[in-house]
Design a protein around this ligand. Sequence first.
Ligand code: AMP
Ligand code: MG
Length: 488
Amino acid sequence: MAQAEQAAGSFGLRFDNSYVRDLPGAWLEQAPRRVPMPKLLMFNKALAEELGAEPEALEARAAEVFSGNLLPDGAEPVAQAYAGHQFGGFSPQLGDGRALLLGEVIDRKGNRRDIALKGSGPTAFSRGGDGFAAVGPVLREYLMGEAMAALGVPTSRALAAVATGAQVLRERPLPGAVLTRVAASHLRIGTFQFFAARGQGDMVKRLADYAIARHHPQALNAENPYLGLFEAVTAAQARLVARWMGLGFIHGVMNTDNMTISGETIDYGPCAFMEGYAPGTVYSSIDRQGRYAYGNQPQILGWNLARLAETLLPLFDADEDRAVDLANARLETIAGQFRAEWLAVMRAKLGLAGKEEDGDGALIGDFLKALEGTDWTLGFHRLAGAADAAALAGLFADPAALAAWWPRWQARRAPDFAVRMAAANPVYIPRNLRVEEALAAAEVGDMAPFHALLAVVTQPFGERPGLEGYALPAPQEFARGFRTFCGT
Ligand code: AMP
Ligand code: MG
């Protein structure tokens, strides 16, 4: 198999590969598959700079580097091992079947960040898959991650997208691509599950120590640092899912292998931003039961964290009953923690004044009832600028419900509610129809719509002239039939 060459240089990237160094047994060495005709589709120069790279030098060789054909000095590509519950069923071995961790770099701010390729060829974890990715899903992940970053949500970022010149076989042949993503790490709940399921308690402990040092050092202050770790992961993920809910974001595959220990969003597969508000909204073609529907995400958060707790039980206490009690005591708090994060998000979205009051939950709930069927993003955005409920009569399906709610909101909102709401409610999100159009064009070589859309969604707050169309939902005909696909 043709393999990557080593570059003469690191392009300024300071690699320091702690995962490989500290966690033997959690990865397998694997070189990327050489691609025939790498062509740079996207390069995130600002992010390259943030990472400490010499952006010009890197850009000049970007097609080779970000296809995996040329490895920067210091990169040590490995496939990471992990397990996971997928749609509720446990797979003891998943792992990077089409991704490779190139290594970690210390960025300009001193933060350690993973750089990984996705779509770089088969690995020992590929199972039935080919190890490749197609242009459409790669660009989708690029766009979604960058939009989320601009929205202020913890997320993996896209550093580059390269077309490989090879075809990948899906329902039809598609142009292949490799995505380079940057994340705080790729540690997942599923990484813990991998070792726990194999009875490797020593590896669970090493992993937990590693996760504490890398992501949640405050856990060391806890009486039991492993309980501290669990609490920190819970807090980070509860905050994350609350942010998703505020944006109408549906991850689509909240499997335990896709939920990070850092609390960043990763794995933008069949995700989408909800347009017409309905709690049961599902876009993913593979989510037939609606397990990961918009309104189910908070429950799934708790379910996934219970799976993490199971892997940590022996570290919570040597006595099993006692360990279970300790875990349960924490699991019981998750719904309340999520609720608090969610209330904070929703209070900001409605521009409510002062500290939380008893009636705020009901006020938010009643607004959401009135919002049903209305475009989530537009509903909140227009609310901030409307003189009265009547001004929104055309937007809300049930104007009477909104009118009844209005005086209660007026009584609770802050004097500067409009300013607060403008900072909490985006105007521009990656709308499904726009995304599909941009990806379809990119697939046949026209990157212009993608560039235009990326420029819109990476400045999501505040109306900008000429971009009105990007703020509008898709016509009913499109919205009704819209499905997202994993692209695997
Ligand atoms: P995902 O649903 O994308 O989070 O992936 C779940 C698992 O399937 C992971 O172990 C992936 O590495 C693996 N996988 C997904 N697509 C492919 C592919 N085309 N080839 C090999 N493995 C894949
Ligand atoms: Mg995944």
